[in-house]
Design a protein around this ligand. Structure first.
Ligand code: PEP
Ligand code: MN
Length: 342
């Protein structure tokens, strides 16, 4: 349930409510808004009646949380969540672009791409060191070496690094390098992995599963939030439908749906969403028009030679053009393209 505190409630009153809830075995989550504080309590409702709580000093009202995703839902947290990544903020006034290769293939490939995307306007660098490939015979990523190159690319460009994690046992190693931990589509319901990243204090980019409903996606976010990590960024990357022309069907209706249901920021990946490079820029523009907080775009210095996802990867020049093309859309929605200060 949700305990809405009065606007003028004191911190002693708040503490008294929390202490009472914890005594009855409830897990407590605080959401401090500008106007008032909301206390989310998850536990056995038969242990403590809503009327009892409503009578405590400073409590305005007690309401049940009807959404199945208690912490990810707007019921509990009406205001948008802002996720800080270094000096950047995801989910606010600024739109951010994460760009880079599908996979880290070599030091040169990564550094060249990182410098080019930074120059063109990206504010974060992507690149998989551990790759979830459909075939065990495909390139699996450079693993620890890939992490090293990502760290160097950040050093050189100042771009925070987003990279995928596939194994709970590697959380510490990946979190040492990554500024944002990416959970890929195929792992959206790997609950042990979700809990493991939930126990870190690193922002998590949670991609929508290939066949996940919006409710399943938000429940996956809930696994991370219940462990204490509130920094979740959702990423729509297309879902499987009967359509075969595109690699996936990019569900842009998920953007306003998720914004309506949840306070978490949502970005869109039109590269995996379409699988075809000529469709990436139009769908990037559409995503921002639909209200996305950012984009994730695959860029490769030589897409024909890419070890993964070449057909959907843009050249640095094509990426630079895309950035120019989204500017009017961002301006039309009274936002601005994010930039690094340093
Ligand atoms: C990726 O970002 O390279 C990736 C594997 O994405 P997804 O999990 O969306 O397929
Ligand atoms: Mn990819």
């Amino acid at each position: 349930m949700i305990i809405v505190m009065e606007p003028g409630a004191t911190s002693e009153e708040q503490q008294a409510v929390i202490a009472r809830l914890e005594r009855e075995g409830f897990k407590v989550h605080l959401s401090r808004g500008i106007e008032r504080t909301i206390i989310g309590a998850i536990g056995d409702k038969t242990r403590l009646r809503a009327e009892t709580l409503a009578a405590l000093p400073g409590v305005e009202k007690v309401v049940p949380i009807l959404q199945p995703y208690k912490l990810a839902g707007r019921d509990f947290h009406p205001e948008d969540t802002l996720v800080p990544v270094g000096e950047l903020t995801i989910g606010g006034h600024q739109v951010h672009i994460i760009a880079g290769p599908c996979a880290v293939e070599s030091r040169e490939q990564l550094l060249e791409t990182a410098m080019a995307v930074r120059e063109a306007g990206a504010t974060m660098l992507r690149g998989g060191a551990y790759k979830p490939r459909s075939s065990p015979y495909s390139f699996q990523g450079l693993a620890a070496k890939g992490l090293e190159f990502l760290a160097e690319a950040r050093e050189v460009t100042g771009l925070p690094v987003v990279t995928e994690i596939m194994d709970p046992a590697l959380v510490t190693a990946v979190a040492q390098v990554a500024d944002v931990l990416q959970i890929g589509s195929r792992n959206m319901q790997n609950f042990a992995l979700l809990q493991a990243v939930g126990r870190t204090q690193k922002p998590v980019l949670l991609k929508r599963g290939l066949s996940a409903t919006i409710e399943e996606w938000l429940l996956a976010a809930e696994y991370i939030l219940t462990e204490g990590n509130s920094q979740v960024i959702l990423c729509e990357r297309g879902i499987r439908t009967f359509e075969t022309y595109t690699r996936n069907t990019l569900d842009l209706s998920a953007v306003p749906a998720v914004k309506h249901l949840s306070h978490l920021p949502v970005i869109v990946d039109p590269s995996h969403g379409t699988g075809r490079k000529f469709m990436v820029a139009p769908m990037a523009r559409a995503a921002l028009a639909a209200g996305a907080d950012g984009l994730m775009i695959e860029v490769h210095p030589n897409p024909q030679e890419a070890l993964s996802d070449g057909p959907q990867s843009l050249t640095p020049e094509q990426f630079a053009r895309l950035v120019q093309e989204i500017r009017p859309i961002i301006a039309a929605s009274s936002r601005e393209l994010g930039h690094l200060v340093s």
